[in-house]
Design a binder for this molecule. Structure first.
Ligand code: B12
Length: 211
């Protein structure tokens, strides 16, 4: 099966075709990581390019996003089946001012599939909400997702707020999202950066010494 078709269905915002092709890919035993990285994610990337060029508007972003949400519903149970040893507790959220969550949800799928117990704080999460969740739980790692250049400083603010509340040493901090880099992660005092879901699972395991 050609995953290029799945990318095209995402770009076209054709939710039913994306659903059908995802089911077909699963039935053809294509690994979840390939369905994501060769089918769904490149489609979304192309949508972003078209939006940037002014050829697509917000409604197109929304339907393409929804096509991926539908596909993820079928992929999520597959991750459970791929399984893994228990790794630890992971707290994750999209930073304040940002409502993008597809990337975060893919990271969550990958982490769960690799043995992490994940708590999802959702989107538009303030530094105070992150701090209160960290202080009330026994998490090993906290993950901050940011898709907008405008909201990247809110990841830095979250880390600063954790320091001010004496929580920074309680957990490792990972950051990610399309505009983020490892260099920026270092600058804002995070422990690690990951460029995609599969890498996030590998890096998380390393951070807790279980790789
Ligand atoms: C779909 C989409 C939307 C959907 C989101 C739906 C949803 N439920 O998420 C909607 C329609 C809501 C939306 C809204 C907006 N969007 Co938008 N959107 C996109 C689009 C096309 C895809 C995003 C996406 O899902 N990518 C695919 C995922 C898989 O990639 P990812 O998120 O980067 O995640 C991967 C990695 O980064 C990493 N990762 C992600 N998070 C984390 C966290 C951790 C801890 C780790 C370790 C790793 C990690 O792993 C993920 C999986 O592999 C992008 C284009 C693009 N190139 O990204 C624009 C884009 C992000 N949006 C953009 C803009 C401008 C907006 C709006 C401001 C538009 C508007 N005028 O209103 C609003 C902002 C609303 C807000 N306040 O947040 C710009 C941002 C520009 C910038 N540099 O800041 C982009 C880049 C489009 C563009 N080229 O201009 N958007």
């Amino acid at each position: 099966m050609n995953l290029e078709e799945l990318s095209r269905a995402v770009v076209a915002g054709d939710i039913d075709v994306a659903e059908g092709l995802t089911k077909k890919a699963i039935a053809s035993n294509i690994p979840v990581a390939d369905i994501l990285n060769t089918g769904l994610v490149p489609g979304l990337r192309r949508v972003g390019e078209l939006f940037e060029k002014g050829e697509y508007y917000l409604p197109e972003l929304i339907v393409s996003g929804d096509a991926v949400v539908r596909a993820l519903e079928y992929l999520e149970p597959m991750m459970g089946k791929e399984g893994g040893l228990y790794m630890g507790k992971y707290l994750i959220g999209t930073v304040q001012g940002d409502v993008h969550d597809l990337g975060k949800n893919i990271v969550i799928m990958m982490l769960r599939g690799n043995g992490w117990q994940v708590t999802d704080l959702g989107v538009d999460v303030s530094p105070e909400e992150f701090c209160s969740a960290v202080s009330g739980g026994d998490y090993d790692i906290i993950g901050l997702s940011s898709l907008l250049t405008m909201t990247m400083p809110n990841a830095a603010r979250t880390i600063e707020a954790m320091k001010a509340a004496g929580l920074r040493d309680k957990v490792k901090v990972m950051v990610g999202g399309a505009p983020t880099t490892a260099e920026w992660a270092g600058k804002i005092g995070a422990d690690a950066h990951a460029k995609d879901g599969p890498t996030a699972a590998i890096v998380a395991a390393k951070l807790v010494g279980k790789s």
